[in-house]
Design a protein around this ligand. Sequence first.
Ligand SMILES: C[S@@+](CC[C@H](N)C(=O)[O-])C[C@H]1O[C@@H](n2cnc3c(N)ncnc32)[C@H](O)[C@@H]1O
Length: 275
Amino acid sequence: MSGAGDEFQVVTRKKWMARKCLSRRNRHKSESDYLNDCPDVNVDNFQTRLERICGEMTQSDYFIVAMETLQQQLDSLKRPLERIVCLGLGPFTRTHQALHQTAFIVSVQRQHNIKEALYYDPVFRDSEKELLQRLNGTVMSEDCAGRHEAEVPTLYYLPHCPYALMHNLLWCNWQRERLPNVLLICNSFEMLTLNRTKNTDDDHINRISEHCSEIALEDDYEQHNVFNDLSLHTFSSDKLPAAEDTVFWTRCSPLKVNEDELIKEVDMAALSIGS
Ligand SMILES: C[S@@+](CC[C@H](N)C(=O)[O-])C[C@H]1O[C@@H](n2cnc3c(N)ncnc32)[C@H](O)[C@@H]1O
């Protein structure tokens, strides 16, 4: 298999399956094998490549419009962004979705001069942790399963993450004065709650969906299946129920992260690290 850090070679899952003599029928079984089998990257070379993608990212219409959308929400909050927390970024030296999402969030950090950018994903390799550190990020040592307190205005970036992570983030900040500090980019709540009914599926995403602002981040990025179906969700106090609404403000239980959900949204056929 070609090296994922090599600028000019493409690793595709198809090539990997051919080398392993695996049929497409067996591809589900071998998803994690594919990711484990990807050779490690040269960190210096990969950093150069990531910097190039960050440069392209900041010029892209997708990034420019997403930044305008974020700024409008910060203007309404009347406070600057102080922290970034990124969960479930994925194996960004091994999949192109995670690679471009990394370029996005690193570019946001630079644009807003954010000192503190925290990352966690159980799949990170040492080389991926080192790259994030070199890019002024901090890899959290513990799995908070989404339970992170927004003490200051914080952009949470959870692209295509398990439902439980978003639910637990809301659970952890389920107070009228705390929720406005949460600015959350993740899969559209509107889509996530489409088939859920208010009474039978009582959870924090379902409960908050009619009290939050959701702005779809239109996906016109040149790489497909990277930023699809993502929205910025904000929770301004004027849309939240009054503090006296104890039914609303009584917390549900946190959710366990469902292992089955972890990779189901990744189109494995599209997995590659070619650009
Ligand atoms: C569907 S993948 C999305 C990966 C990538 N962001 C993408 O869009 O292709 C979900 C990611 O969530 C990560 N994940 C699972 N449990 C997690 C946890 N407790 N905290 C942070 N990330 C977690 C998985 O390892 C996986 O990388």
